[in-house]
Design a protein around this ligand. Structure first.
Ligand code: 13P
Length: 249
C-alpha cells in the first residue's frame, strides 16, 4: 500500500547555522504518526543536514537537479553529485522552478529520467494557476503536466515516483485548496494514472498536497482518502509547526 509522506520544502531559506538550529529542533520532536518525514534544504546545506539526520527518522531531499551527468552547466548540480552527499530523493517540477527558471514539461521529463536512472526517488510537483481554476481548466492543465513529463515511463518506474499537487494559487498565499478540492483533484490524478497504468500502479503512488498546509488545516486535508501527505513550505521552517503537521496523520 502507498505510504503517507510529509516533506518540508525549505526553498531558499536557512544558511548553515540556521540549518543546524532547525535540525536540532526537528530532532527534539517526536513522530507519532506513520508518515515518512523528509526535509529539503538548499544545496549548500545538504551534506550538513544529511550528517546531522543520519540514523534519525527524517530523510534529507534536494529541491532540484540538472538532467546532465556533468559538464558545462554553470551553477547546476547533477544526480550523481546529490548521491555523493547521501541524497537519494529529489523534488522536481516545483511551480517556482517552472515560473522563475523556465522549466518546461520537456526539461522536467529529462530530469525525471536522469534521477530515475540513478535510482533516485522523485517528488514530482505540478499544479494549476488561479486562471486555470477560474476557467474550469484545472484538470486539463494538471493532466497535461503529468502526461507530458511522466507518461513516457514504464509502470515499474512509478515505485520511485511521488506526486505532489500544488495549486499555484495556494502556495505561500495562506489560501488552501479546500479538503474537497484537494480530494477531487487527487482522485482525478489517480484516475489519470489508472487509465494509463492500471489500478494497481495508481493505488501504489503517494499523492501529496502542497499549498499553505498549516497545523490548523493539515488534519482535515490529510483525512481525505486520496491525499497521502503534504509538501510543506512556510510551516516547515518551524520545528513545532512542521511536526504538528507530520503528526496530523
Ligand atoms: P507553502 O506551504 O508556504 O504555501 O508552500 C508550499 C510549497 O510550495 C511547498 O513546496
Amino acid at each position: 500500500m502507498r505510504k503517507n509522506i510529509v516533506a518540508g520544502n525549505w526553498k531558499m531559506n536557512n544558511d548553515l547555522a540556521q540549518t543546524e538550529t532547525l535540525i536540532t529542533a526537528l530532532k527534539g520532536q517526536t513522530i507519532s504518526s506513520d508518515a515518512e518525514v523528509m526535509v529539503a534544504p538548499p544545496f549548500t546545506n545538504l551534506w550538513a543536514a544529511y550528517n546531522a539526520l543520519k540514523g534519525s527518522d527524517i530523510e534529507v531531499a534536494a529541491q532540484n537537479m540538472h538532467f546532465a551527468e556533468n559538464g558545462a552547466y554553470t551553477g547546476e548540480v547533477s544526480a550523481s553529485m546529490l548521491k555523493s552527499v547521501g541524497i537519494t530523493t529529489v523534488i522536481l517540477g516545483h511551480s517556482e522552478r517552472r515560473a522563475y527558471f523556465n522549466e518546461t514539461d520537456e526539461i522536467l521529463a529529462k530530469k525525471v529520467d536522469a534521477a530515475l536512472a540513478k535510482d533516485m526517488r522523485v517528488i514530482f510537483c505540478f499544479g494549476e494557476e488561479l486562471a486555470d481554476r477560474k476557467s474550469d481548466n484545472h484538470e486539463t492543465v494538471v493532466g497535461d503536466q503529468i502526461k507530458n513529463a511522466l507518461f513516457h515511463l514504464d509502470a515499474a518506474a512509478f515505485k520511485n515516483i511521488v506526486l505532489a499537487y500544488e495549486p499555484v494559487w495556494a502556495i505561500g498565499t495562506g489560501e488552501t485548496a479546500s479538503p474537497e478540492q484537494a480530494q477531487d483533484m487527487h482522485a482525478f490524478i489517480r484516475k489519470t494514472l489508472a487509465d494509463k497504468y492500471g489500478a494497481e500502479v495508481a493505488d501504489s503512488v503517494s499523492i501529496l498536497y502542497g499549498g499553505s498546509v498549516k497545523p490548523n488545516n493539515a488534519k482535515e486535508i490529510f483525512s481525505k482518502p486520496d491525499v497521502d501527505g503534504g509538501l510543506i513550505g512556510g510551516a516547515a521552517l518551524n520545528a513545532e509547526d512542521f511536526f504538528a503537521i507530520v503528526n496530523a496523520f
